[in-house]
Design a protein. Sequence first.
Length: 442
Amino acid sequence: MDNPNRCSVIIVGAGVSGMTAAKMLAENGVEDVVILEASDRIGGRLRKEDFGGVAVELGAGWIAGVGGKQSNPVWDLARQHNLRTCFSDYSNARYNIYDNNGKIFPSCIAADSYKKAVDAAIQKLRYEQANQDYDDTSSAPKTPIELAIDFILHDFEMAEVEPISTFVDFGEREFLVADERGYESLLYKMAESFLFTSEGEILDDRLKVNKVVRELHHSRNGVVVRTEDGSVYEADYVILSVSIGVLQSRLIKILPTLPNMENAYPGCNILVVTLTNGESKRIEAQSDQDTLKEAMQVLRNMFGPDIPDATDILVPRWWNNRFQRGSYSNYPIYVNNQLVHDIKCPVGRIFFTGEHTSEKFNGYVHGAYLSGIETSNALLEEMRTGKKRRSENQTFLLEPLLALTGSLTSSQPESRPSLHTIDIPQQLFLQATKIRLPEAIL
Ligand SMILES: Cc1cc2nc3c(=O)[nH]c(=O)nc-3n(C[C@H](O)[C@H](O)[C@H](O)COP(=O)(O)OP(=O)(O)OC[C@H]3O[C@@H](n4cnc5c(N)ncnc54)[C@H](O)[C@@H]3O)c2cc1C
């Protein structure tokens, strides 16, 4: 090969989907793969950190969807590697809702507010489906209890459309990962099966960390990838596994441009707080000490001035992390599958993967895992059919020549030079109208 940095496939991102895609390709004989990861580690949104003397998960914490007829592949991996988990038993859970003075709300008030929030959401959805403006001033949550219930109901726990595919397909049980090695250890174990590792460290040259991809230039001959540190890599194909937030940001320039698309630690005295939307951005923007002061103020209002100070605070900043730009995808419930289909549709030689490309399981670890498998299968199919097409086209072009020279027989395709000018994936012709690919790419 002329360029030492040229390989068959470059995978951008070493999260669950990127690593799974790499493993699948290796298992199918495509070993000259390079994985370019922006941060200094693999795992992406699987990330543990030591805090307060225990390993806490900053990203995914649960394996959701266990105990059904089909087995969840991430649960299978967890069992295979003896990942320690605890069953999240909501049937015995007691929920208390406190006001800001620490008084428990009577359950009948909570039930009324719950009903009001559900009715308002259904109403809003009907308007959005009909593309009409919805005046939510009368039904918008106002009192603290209404705000709390609205948050739990819509922003956090139940921001998914029923029936939830994860529970339907894999079962309704959920397990919290409680392993000192962290959820991310599953990926290190996976890496051992196809990369060169020693004592838990990945030493394989095909994984390149601290490589922030900034540009992908794709053409019929392949893809040229440029990183922030000035390195240039070339490949026949690219699998892009970065999050939807990164795709929407300006971190990676794609040329020609893309078509337009739109209490977890028991016994450890760690209090977990979940914030979403504007509030999470506000907290990410201020110093941890300011957040600690705010949190202590709220707790003291609720439980009295004598409660002890927290000894430490850990604030994950998924939104401000330029390699994430958010925690996970959550498509509006009235969005149809076509959008997700468009998002994962390959463009030229660039294939897309990641939890956001999973129609049924976006937002989950198993969504990322299954999308890695699906994308690598699509790419393997493309590589097979592309190779066949090339060889058929070579035969077609060479036949008149062979008739003249008689020196070669048409049953020796391997001995012929490759003809890049006709190296065009068939499916692009089919997609060209739909996604308006510029003619030049074809
Ligand atoms: C706070 C939080 C809680 C969650 N809780 C759960 C849960 O309980 N259960 C569950 O199933 N799921 C949960 N999830 C979702 C789950 O973590 C994700 O769906 C999954 O890990 C996504 O994997 P991925 O491979 O699609 O993306 P990622 O993990 O984001 O991988 C993409 C990789 O691309 C890299 N990258 C980005 N830009 C570049 C660039 N320019 N060049 C090179 N590399 C780049 C990133 O550094 C990253 O390593 C949670 C996520 C968060 C953030």
